[in-house]
Design a protein around this ligand. Structure first.
Ligand code: ZN
Length: 252
């Protein structure tokens, strides 16, 4: 019994129930991400499930949806989910739930979503915002389609040492972007001001710490689901005060 609770004991993937191994081998990360202490590298598979390939981010988001939302609850009312640039394993798990109306869009369409205003219950947008040059337009778009009581899970690779997000429009080659942002796909590398940027776009932001979520999230010491230790989940909801401000402010 005690052995079951210890770190390194049998670890499973919550999506496929296959055996999973937290390697913790950060040498696979691009040097820039190690230098500025990015805990979770987004879609770079730090410790993917060997059975289904789910990354640590997919497992964390899946667990949150499972235990902290009504997405997988059989008796809950139907929900609309928008999955931006969907991760395949997580997306498949959502598609299997007939109550969920799940729609996916590529990152390139995020700034101009052809989706009705306030029609989406849950937006999943993992490791996408830092690829989009017009970040403000992307966040505006998410906020526009979210219902007032909706929730957006906005994960990004975030440096825990950069005081401000690093952006440089002059870096145009893949090599330059890999060196500066840890990926040729990125146009910025977020710093500790990440939540502030989301708030400035009209979201109320909450940081979820999975290691305080008890056994459902695998336990702080045990880490049953091979999550990245210290990785925060960013929960963004349309800010009520901002919506009221806009309602009563004069038209531009
Ligand atoms: Zn798996």
């Amino acid at each position: 019994m005690l052995k079951e609770l210890l770190p390194g004991a049998h670890t499973i993937c919550p999506i496929c129930n296959g055996e999973c191994y937290p390697t913790g081998d950060r040498s696979v990360l691009p040097r820039r991400l190690r230098d500025v202490k990015v805990l979770s590298p987004g879609r770079i598979p730090l410790n993917p499930c060997p059975s289904c390939g789910a990354t640590d981010d997919e497992r964390l988001i899946y667990l949150y949806l499972l235990h902290r939302t009504r997405a997988f609850e059989p008796t809950a009312p139907p929900l609309t989910v928008l999955h931006v640039e969907p991760e395949p394993r997580l997306h498949e798990a959502l598609r299997r739930v007939s109550r969920l109306s799940t729609q996916s869009v590529p990152a390139s369409q995020l700034v101009s979503l052809d989706i009705a205003e306030q029609s989406v219950d849950i937006v999943l947008c993992n490791d996408v915002l830092d690829r989009i040059r017009d970040e403000k337009a992307a966040l505006r778009s998410i906020r526009r389609v979210l219902r007032p009581d909706g929730l957006a899970l906005l994960q990004s690779a975030i440096s825990s040492t950069l005081p401000a997000t690093h952006e440089d429009a002059h870096l145009t080659t893949d090599t330059e972007r890999l060196k500066a942002f840890g990926s040729p796909l990125r146009v910025r590398l977020y710093g500790v001001d990440y939540a502030q940027r989301l708030e400035q776009a009209g979201f109320a932001v909450e940081r979820f710490r999975w290691w305080r979520g008890g056994r459902r999230f695998g336990g702080a010491l045990r880490n049953r689901y091979a999550l990245v230790r210290g990785e925060l989940l960013y929960l963004a909801r349309p800010s009520a005060s901002r919506l009221i401000d806009e309602k009563f402010s004069p038209a531009p």
